[in-house]
Write a protein that binds this ligand. Structure first.
Ligand SMILES: Cc1ncc(COP(=O)(O)O)c(C=O)c1O
Length: 707
């Protein structure tokens, strides 16, 4: 089918036209609309159709296509159903080339090879996989080639010459050039420096046709872009058109729009028999020929992967942001002046944080000696300040004036806002609207510190949506913006970078414990796991000390059996989410789950790749603690030690208590108290009526305390 795609561009050229490529999300606005819309594309004169496969977290897409994805998923669209819709459209006479466009995780979950085979059988001509990096694209392209299909690479204004060279080799029909940095969405004008970009691409791609998209909406745009490119892509505008058209009127609205764009020019359409013959021929050719592409390896000073986990699964445009960050990080960590400046901030943070024995908690458990690493005593109330300050120093080194961050519980947002206030940088924090509600105090703290808080109302309105939104903002405003990721998650180099800066926790613990215990190591260290910054910061200095057991405690929410939790390592499966291959909480179709935890900071469906690796090798153990159990941990530390812990840290407390009870009294266990619980007092008051009875804790203010 790559042959049909190639021929389509040749035909358009021979006829003196520019190919029109149009996009629609499968199952949007309703499942019944998809086939009529595909027919309207063909009847209106479209050359190539892009059919979007809905995904729960489309980070390269702007609001219009994001909403289309959500609506389609709510309509029950699955990967299988998308293929069935295509198959049906083919049987009803849609014979123009169709490219399936989507994100990697649902394909990985389906099984790459099987998906490509099934897609070929359904009548697809090719794929655009937005977040598939070139290293992986080579493997996928082989499957694609064997089935006679095409993999269409995306090129962004920021794509380097080195990557352009490889992406040009990958392209066996055409190249899709993203005209501007940012996300999809209709614009009022097309990018002004498009000619420079296209000339640069052509230097590498030779005669391979180029289609340009992102922002095209009008006939005028089509003509302007068509002067430079071989094809023009229109997406968001059509999605909006379909949303606005009445049910039953969408075929007419789309056909009319396409005719306006093309000024009524039509081209010949293959019959079903001709289409099937081309399909057979392409498949035979694919199976007979071998098409080998040389391997591709970009140099990275710090390794991109932890075993099979890690990597950079991001839309092409984001690579530039990551490359710049990586270079900045690589240079900083070998520069003694960077570390000097970071350490000079220890007195501001309150480092070293103390390590001391928890006498009454130890007595209560009657097992191992329990020690507390007091990250809750840090300035701003949690470990997040270590990473935020270090990254803001990096932002300064990179000359960035604006800092963005995502936040769940608000602790990372507060820490970043604090660091920005200290160094005079502007700060914008993305926070899910639901988290803004749960952590209203922290929203106010950020605003007091001079930060702008953007309440993200997409999707589940929690940390995952805030993170997606921060990535979208970053790629659109790369020049002057630094993104301070708050956990050891995301694409390389973030997991390594955040763990490096948080390792101060484990390094101090090791040193302090040895000093207090005749040079010994503890037997076990325990930390809660959201994305994994406090746990990897605590664990990594002990990684090679095999006598030290490492235990991460995840949020078990209402219980694993209810499906209402955030225990990614315990209950997730391998996937790709927010730019990284790791364990992900996802459904059978590769759509990322909604999560739940009483603590906003643990409420995330992904997890750091290094923790995933430690789980896979058995170096660290992970357990899940329910909301009610975490509340018990919260009560224990409050009432036995006079320390009100964050609800996140309360998970670690409960987990450690459970373990300590089974350990002999001459052994030692360290709990990382990652944060203090002031921010959670309101949340605890709210959940006590539901969770209190489960642990026999009744704190209602019904009686007058003064009476
Ligand atoms: C106090 C506290 N502990 C733990 C976490 C979980 O994050 P991580 O796993 O990155 O340490 C958070 C996140 O907001 C937090 O605020």
């Amino acid at each position: 089918m790559s042959e049909q795609l190639r021929q389509t561009f040749i035909n358009a050229k021979n006829e003196g036209r520019k190919a029109l490529v149009t996009f629609m999300t499968a199952g949007y606005p309703t499942v019944d609309d998809t086939i009529p819309i595909l027919k309207a594309f063909q009847d209106g004169g479209v050359d190539v159709i892009e059919l979007g496969m809905p995904f729960s977290d489309p980070i390269a897409d702007g609001p219009t296509i994001q909403v289309a994805n959500t609506v389609a998923l709510n309509n029950g669209v699955t990967m299988k159903m998308t293929l069935e819709l295509l198959k049906k459209a083919r049987s009803e006479g849609v014979t123009v080339p169709v490219i399936l466009m989507g994100y990697y995780n649902p394909i990985l979950n389906y099984g790459e090879e099987q998906f490509i085979k099934d897609a070929a059988e359904a009548g697809a001509n090719g794929f655009i996989i937005v977040d598939l990096p070139p290293e992986e694209a080579i493997k996928v392209r082989n499957y694609v080639h064997d089935n006679g299909l095409s993999l269409i690479p995306l090129v962004a204004p920021s794509t380097t010459d080195e990557r352009l060279e490889l992406l040009s080799q990958i392209a066996n029909s055409f190249i899709y050039v993203v005209s501007r940095m940012g996300t999809t969405g209709a614009q009022t004008s097309v990018a002004s420096d498009l000619d420079v970009l296209i000339n640069r691409v052509r230097k590498h791609s030779g005669n391979t046709p180029i289609a340009v998209g992102f922002g095209v909406a009008t006939r005028e745009h089509f003509v302007t872009v068509g002067e430079l490119a071989d094809g023009v892509v229109i997406g968001s505008k059509i999605v909006t058109l379909c949303k606005e058209a009445e049910q039953g009127q969408r075929y007419n609205a789309v056909k009319k729009y396409v005719e306006t764009i093309l000024n009524g020019v039509k081209h010949s359409i293959p019959t079903i028999e001709e289409f099937q013959a081309m399909q057979r021929k392409s498949r035979e050719e694919g199976q007979l020929t071998k098409d080998v592409i040389a391997g591709f390896k970009e140099a990275h000073k710090h390794k991109m992967n932890f075993g099979e986990f890690g990597g950079q699964y991001v839309p092409e445009a984001l690579h530039a942001c990551l490359r710049e960050l990586e270079a900045g990080f690589d240079a900083a960590v070998v520069d003694p002046t960077f570390w000097e400046e970071f350490r000079s901030l220890y007195s501001y943070i309150g480092r070293p944080s103390s390590l001391h024995r928890a006498e009454r908690l130890t007595e209560h458990c009657g097992g191992a000696q329990i020690w507390l690493k007091r990250e809750d005593l840090n300035h701003t109330g949690s470990h997040k300040i270590n990473n935020a300050l270090a990254q803001v120093l990096l932002a300064k080194r990179l000359g960035k004036k604006n800092v963005i961050a995502e936040t769940g519980a608000g602790q990372h947002g507060v820490a970043t806002a604090t660091a920005c206030a200290k160094f005079g940088l502007s700060c914008t924090v993305f926070m899910g609207a639901e988290d803004c509600r749960r952590q209203a105090l922290n929203v106010f703290r950020m605003r007091i510190l001079g930060a702008k808080v953007v309440a993200v109302t997409n999707g589940t309105k929690t940390l995952r949506d805030a993170t997606s939104e921060a990535f979208r903002f970053w790629v659109t405003n790369l020049k002057d913006t630094y993104y301070v990721v708050g956990s050891a998650i995301g694409p390389h180099p973030y997991p390594t970078l955040v763990r490096t800066f948080q390792s101060v926790i484990g390094n101090e613990t090791k040193e302090q414990f040895a000093k207090l215990n005749d040079g010994k190591l503890p037997n076990c260290v325990v930390a809660c796991v959201g994305g994994g910054s406090n746990s990897s910061g605590m664990f990594s200095p002990f990684e090679k000390d095999l006598s030290v057991r490492l235990v991460g405690v995840e949020a078990g929410g209402d219980g694993l059996e209810t499906g209402y939790h955030s225990a990614t390592l315990t209950a997730g499966k391998l996937g790709v989410f927010h730019g990284v291959k790791t364990y992900v909480l996802q459904d059978n179709d590769g759509q990322v789950h909604d999560t739940h935890s009483v603590s906003a900071g643990l409420d995330y469906p992904g997890v750091g790749p290094e923790l995933a690796y430690w789980k896979s090798t058995g170096r660290a153990d992970f357990m899940a603690v329910t909301d009610a159990e975490a509340l018990e941990g919260f009560r224990l530390l409050s009432q036995l030690e006079g320390i009100i812990p964050a609800l996140e840290s309360s998970h670690a407390v409960y987990g450690a208590v459970k373990i300590a009870k089974k350990m002999p009294s001459d052994q030692h266990i360290v709990i990382n108290v990652s944060g203090r619980g002031d921010k959670d007092v309101q949340s605890v008051a709210e959940v006590l009526p539901k969770l209190g009875p489960k642990i026999g804790w009744d704190l209602r203010f019904e009686q007058n305390p003064a009476a």
